[in-house]
Design a protein around this ligand. Structure first.
Ligand SMILES: [Zn+2]
Ligand SMILES: [Zn+2]
Length: 341
């Protein structure tokens, strides 16, 4: 089973809820492959096709981890489950989809009398999200169950919401990212997965994940402003995949605009995301071996520019392309180039 090195494959490295003309970056998604098992973090646009193009198979999926419920991180979760229904055989235990619980209340800021979408249930967590997605496809699912005798997606996948410690002073609006220690959210005989709150206002809860296996440790920051929680969970990891925003670009695009919408976008970028230089400082504090910038916004900033913006980090910096493979060898994370075949 351990015939190949444990490795991280950047399935999609683009951030944001859009399609971008002329980009090679699919929506955000990262695979960690240990032996014959695949663990997936986030399910952005194109994730299923990227998995296949990376040479991975749907039956190799062992767990899916969702950092937060912004659409660019879950927009292809439905296709993964529905198409997965045709490829994955029944198994003793369903594949867990580990993610945030309900926000619990709406964001308070600048409400301006706005009525929420789905007022009876305006902040579904990962369990309700999965339920809603699958129910939307009932016609298809029932057709395939009756016609092709396929297992139901509910037999193949099971949402699991991350439970925060009761002692933690978390509030989605007032205190969305209290200092905490990582908590375990998954374990099998190949990996142990821990999670920690990160700071992505107004969305909450938002999480980073750390996967530890015999060959090393990889951390995915999720979407976040700089926070000491990321430093905590990334402590001594071989590889930190951290989100990055080109703030010069954001200032150029939005700062001079008088529209309230553009000003709100700029404010969101400042409060909820991280520049490459800030990611470099986090990687330095955490003492990681390699910093890989992903969830890149915008997609158009060239790779060398991203890497240059984080050059203050004393370790290795990369801004990988999609389908790039990093072998995970304890204390040595080796970029081994683009997946071919
Ligand atoms: Zn995002
Ligand atoms: Zn987000």
């Amino acid at each position: 089973m351990r015939d190949e090195a444990a490795r991280v494959i950047t399935l999609g490295t683009g951030g944001g809820p859009s399609w971008v003309q002329g980009t090679d970056r699919a929506g955000i998604a990262t695979a960690v492959v240990v032996g014959d098992r695949t663990y997936l973090i986030d399910a952005g646009s194109g994730v299923g096709k990227q998995l296949i193009d990376a040479g991975l198979t749907l039956p190799s999926l062992r767990a899916i981890f969702i950092t937060h419920l912004h659409s660019d991180h879950v927009v292809d979760l439905a296709s993964l489950m529905i198409f997965g229904m045709m490829r994955i055989q029944r198994r003793d235990t369903p594949i867990p989809i580990v993610g945030p619980g309900s926000r619990g209340c709406l964001p308070w800021r600048d409400a301006d009398g706005l009525l929420p979408v789905s007022p009876g249930h305006p902040t579904p967590g990962i369990s309700a999200t999965v339920e809603h997605l699958l129910h939307a496809y009932a016609t298809d699912i029932n057709d395939r169950r009756y016609d092709a005798k396929r297992p139901s997606p509910w037999e193949l996948f099971e949402a699991q919401e991350i439970t925060l410690p009761a002692t933690l002073d978390f509030h989605p609006n007032l205190n969305p990212c209290p200092a905490m220690e990582p908590i375990q959210v998954f374990e099998d005989d190949a990996v142990r997965v821990t999670s920690i709150l990160v700071k992505h206002p107004p969305l909450a809860p938002a999480f980073a994940f750390r996967l530890d296996c015999d060959e090393g440790s990889v951390v995915v920051s999720g979407d976040t402003a700089p926070t000491d929680n990321t430093v905590r969970i990334a402590d001594g990891a071989e590889l930190l995949l951290h989100e990055a925003l080109d703030m010069d670009w954001a200032e150029r695009i939005y700062a001079a605009s008088p529209t309230a919408e553009h000003q709100a976008v700029l404010e969101h970028h400042r409060a909820a995301h991280t520049t490459p230089a800030q990611a470099a400082a986090i990687a330095e504090k955490a003492g990681v071996r390699t910093l890989a910038l992903h969830h890149l916004v915008p997609h158009s900033t060239p790779r060398p520019a991203w890497e240059q913006m984080a050059e203050s980090f004393s370790g290795r910096v990369m801004a990988p392309d999609d389908l790039e493979v990093c072998a995970l060898t304890r204390r040595r994370t080796l970029p081994v180039g683009r997946h071919v075949g």
